[in-house]
Design a protein around this ligand. Structure first.
Ligand code: SIN
Ligand code: FE2
Length: 199
């Protein structure tokens, strides 16, 4: 398998074949039955991405700010991280600790995610593992300063990304989707899972 490696940022292209992608989607649907997608609000307004989570912690953003929380906004604890998601981490993350958060991001065709750093966690030795399912998305990767130059990469369904080493705290985001590029979801859209150790 070819591997792209820019400043420790790794893409495992097509790591998940179609059956493996469908297994993950079924597992995530199960999670979402207990912890439905919600639309976080930042100080700039509602996000275009809808979110949920599995594991000990989920990431919450509301008018009070953003943080990890042990409960869904409806007050229920997050469901456990599904086994096929866990095993992906154990295969690829090269980390002795298990993830404590599987953040679930749902992108409709016009959703995007602005350039940001993942810095609300306490252990930066552990990577962020990110799974792309569904329509292709233009991923932008920069450096640890917002003004650093960026490179862009189309993420396809089944691709897995590792942010580790220097790239762990690098700015990144999703500029746009390319609707109609995957048949995984009949009505289109993109599901992204990001696994992190939080504490
Ligand atoms: C994120 O940075 O939280 C999401 C990245 C992605 O959707 O690929
Ligand atoms: Fe992120």
């Amino acid at each position: 398998m070819t591997m792209i490696d820019i400043k420790d940022f790794r893409v495992f292209p097509g790591h998940l074949d179609r059956p493996a992608q469908e297994t993950l989607v079924a597992a995530v649907r199960d999670v979402l039955r207990h912890a439905p997608l919600f639309r976080p609000r930042t100080r700039r307004g509602p996000m275009s991405v809808r979110m949920s989570a599995a594991g000990d912690f989920g990431w919450i953003s509301d008018p009070k700010g953003y943080r990890y929380e042990a409960h869904h906004p409806d007050g229920q604890p997050w469901p456990p991280i599904p086994e096929p998601v866990m095993s992906l981490w154990r295969d690829l993350a090269d980390c002795p600790r298990d993830p404590e958060c599987c953040l679930i991001n749902w992108y409709d065709g016009d959703a995007r995610m602005g350039l940001h750093q993942d810095v609300d966690e306490q252990d930066f030795d552990c990577p962020v593992l990110s799974v792309s399912l569904g329509d292709e998305a233009l991923f932008r990767m920069g450096g640890t300063d917002r003004r650093d130059p960026t490179t862009s990469h189309w993420l396809k369904s089944g691709d897995v990304v590792l942010l580790r080493g220097a790239s762990r705290r690098a700015f990144h985001g999703i500029d746009r989707l390319r609707p109609g590029t995957s048949t995984l979801f009949p009505d289109g859209g993109r599901l992204n899972l990001t696994l992190r150790v939080v504490t």
